[in-house]
Design a protein around this ligand. Sequence first.
Ligand code: ADP
Ligand code: MG
Length: 352
Amino acid sequence: DSAVKRPVIRQLDDAAINRIAAGEVVERPASAVKELVENAIDAGATRIEVAYADGGKTLIRVTDDGCGIAPDDLALAMSRHATSKIDGSDLLDIHTFGFRGEALPSLGAVGRLTITSRVEGHDAAMIRVAGGQMDPVKPAALSGGTVVELRDLFYATPARLKFLRTDRAEAQAISDVIKRLAMAEPQIGFTLRDVSGGGEGRVTFRADPETGDMFDALSGRLAAILGRDFAENAIPIDAEREGLRLTGFAALPTYSRGAAVAQFLFVNGRPVKDKLLTGALRAAYFDFLSRDRHPAAALFVSCDPHLVDVNVHPAKSEVRFREPGVARGLIVSGLRHALANVGHRASSTVAD
Ligand code: ADP
Ligand code: MG
């Protein structure tokens, strides 16, 4: 007989498939926070509260006042590739943060997940999934919205647990995620609380219902997150090129930083970390800044969803523009123009 043992091909079970997917979707506690807060935003929430303990390793709880999940839909929401956000016919026609139907089953595969929710006209209900094992839906008490509680993230995948950094570093990453989403959604109120034993950190970004103007709302939110200093040193940006629009605030070169820590970029409302866009930002300030200084800015590129593919990576923080050159040109010329105008105004004021 042959010395080579023939390998056996088998279909993996759902729990294993979800654990594998979780490896891409949920890198660390902050990625779980991102997925859960994005779900709350997609649900139309006006207030979102995030509580966490031990850098999110032992507890993450996201409470929202959004539309809720009906009792009959809870088990479906927990299953893979089930989503209420797209019908699958046009994968570029994306208007929500979510659309892959992966976050909840992934989180339920690598941690202990409990969802309690209530929709208008139904009693509240809850479902629990731990290590991929789902319990039946049960009645619960909740006046409205959704509470998602994730305990012991990665307890089912100890290898991943080992790669987590200190509680402090993980908490910092969570705070970063909240800041970016809070910039993207200035009309939503956010609260972030550290509920670790002895921990009592609490940050709130209030929504100001008075400001109907998007620039006012954004500038207020940026002041709350980046400080008055940023707001006072930033100029509003509004430029357009071939179907792409650039809005937001960019700080004066004098307000630059020693590191690229205050650069926040968004594509169709989604926080992204994109080399093309950060490269364009650097290029825009090239004539205004010395090499070791970095510009500070919060910039929003918006366009028809068909002009940009957000389905590049499961975490969706990378995007691909159909016309990368247009996106780059918009940022470089839009910012240069605004910065040069400020220089003009300043010198003409002096001349006056
Ligand atoms: P996706 O966001 O890609 O649709 P998820 O696994 O994150 O996939 O969520 C699955 C579904 O569960 C969502 O499509 C939505 O219908 C529902 N859902 C999740 N979180 C919430 C929430 N906080 N409020 C209301 N519905 C929710
Ligand atoms: Mg989602």
